[in-house]
Write a protein that binds this ligand. Structure first.
Ligand code: BJ8
Length: 426
């Protein structure tokens, strides 16, 4: 990091010693996982820089923005509409929760049998190591899985600014009405906390900014259907992860530059792996920074990841919000349409998710599916079983990996992935 950010972190109340340890570990992981890759697009230099300054420059930007009266809204889920946050000149940041950190402290509040993502969200707060959590004026939790729902009840005692967004469970008209009402109430909350009124103009601008960011990422992701793939799955995942906390306009420019570069690569048939390398499609739970374990194993075992049905993948960015709304109500309806079409496993029944996996598997020219779940994540574990049965019946090679954030099972997963790659080659 170019600057000494310690005074800023102290002001935020971080535990400097523990924070240093976290940064060192993440820095080492990043070096080993990303910088060792060959043939990376030049445009990834921007993302290397963003990651090197992940707790530095971006946090300074957030703190400076707060001094100018802007509000920072943290969230854990892709059902929280960034469009609404932007419409009150707020800044939306995803709270990553991707590392096994201070789980011993988290387990004082939560059963051991809680998924790593929830435990990490607690661990980061309790150990005071996440400057994004500390920079947030309000953190939005959502009633999705039972684990999150109940954990937020406890989190409210630790983070008083926690706001809960209720979500429907079924894709019915009544379910959509509930989501719309929740977004209306959330919009009012944002107005109240920011002191700014949402107007048709401010909301339209928010929708356009977020759509532009999604379209840029969609360009990159579509180019991965080429063989050889012009970008690794790890770098694509990194773009998806940075999507949640970078400045949206700057991010969009950087991603469009990479897309231009990748288009040239595709024209020249330049890839990050040789032509015909085994192509993996990922489905399942989100992979938050710095959870790079499974993609790292896959791509150091001779395969390439070409697409992902994850929240740090197409569930996060593929759909656009219709920009033709004229009034604030009209636009909130269109925002609701967009988010209601995300197929998270917390919905029941959830048949579109399997259909989408099938469609994407074909579009990306994948050879096999790896379904990734976090231990104790019942929605994805249970749905993953049904998905695996259906795909296997159709003859699609399929591997299920159920894991956590520890490194303990790395070699065991590697052995299974290598055997799966052999199966795909056949
Ligand atoms: S839209 S996937 S971000 S809820 S891994 S905490 S589901 S027990 S993260 Fe999610 Fe929104 Fe859905 Fe996406 Fe629960 Fe499972 Fe843990 Fe999970």
């Amino acid at each position: 990091m170019a600057e000494d950010y310690r005074p800023m972190w102290t002001e935020q109340g971080l535990d400097l010693e523990t924070h240093d340890a976290l940064l060192e570990t993440v820095g080492e992981m990043y070096g080993k996982t990303f910088m060792s890759q060959k043939n990376r697009p030049d445009g990834m230099a921007y993302f290397d820089f963003v990651m090197s300054e992940v707790h530095g420059l971006r946090i300074k930007e957030l703190m400076d923005a707060k001094k100018q009266g802007r509000k920072v809204i943290g969230s854990f889920c892709v059902y929280v509409p960034e469009e609404l946050v932007l419409s009150v000149d707020g800044i939306s940041v995803g709270l990553c929760a991707g590392a096994e950190f201070a789980f011993d402290q988290a387990e004082k509040y939560l059963p051991r049998t809680t998924c790593s993502l929830i435990k990490a969200a607690f661990g980061f707060k309790l150990a005071r190591v996440c400057p994004y959590v500390e920079a947030s004026n309000m953190i939005v939790g959502e009633n999705t899985c039972d684990g999150k729902k109940k954990a937020y009840e406890i989190m409210k005692g630790i983070i008083p600014s926690l706001y809960i967004l209720d979500l429907p469970q079924m894709k019915s008209e009544e379910g959509k009405d509930l989501l719309r009402m929740e977004y209306v109430v959330f919009a009012k909350k944002l107005e109240q906390m920011s002191g700014k009124k949402i107007t048709a103009e401010s909301l339209r601008k928010g929708i356009e900014i977020v759509n532009a960011k999604r379209m840029a990422v969609n360009r990159v992701m579509a180019l991965r259907s080429a063989d050889p793939a012009p970008i690794s799955g790890l770098d694509a995942l990194l773009i998806n992860q940075v999507f949640f906390y970078d400045d949206p306009v700057r991010f969009t420019e950087s991603v469009n530059k990479i897309a231009d570069e990748l288009e040239e690569r595709v024209k020249k048939k330049q890839g990050v792996v040789p032509d015909g390398a085994p192509r993996v499609f990922l489905s399942g739970c989100p992979m938050a920074v710095p959870n790079w374990k499974v993609p790292g194993i896959i791509e150091t075992s001779g395969a390439i990841i070409v697409g992902e049905e994850l929240c740090t993948g197409e569930r996060g960015h593929q759909l656009l919000t219709d920009e033709s709304g004229k009034t604030v109500d009209d636009m909130i309806n269109r925002i609701t349409d967009r988010y209601f079409d995300i197929h998270c496993a917390v919905f029941t029944p959830n048949p579109r998710r399997l259909e989408r996996i099938r469609e994407m598997f074909g579009q990306y020219g994948a050879h096999g599916v790896i379904d990734y779940t976090l231990q104790y994540c019942q929605p994805y574990q249970i749905e993953g079983g049904a998905i695996a049965d259906d795909l296997k019946k159709e003859g699609t090679p399929m591997l299920r990996i159920d894991t956590d954030y520890s490194a303990g099972d790395t070699e065991q997963i590697r052995t299974r992935v290598q055997a799966f790659i052999e199966q795909m080659k056949k």
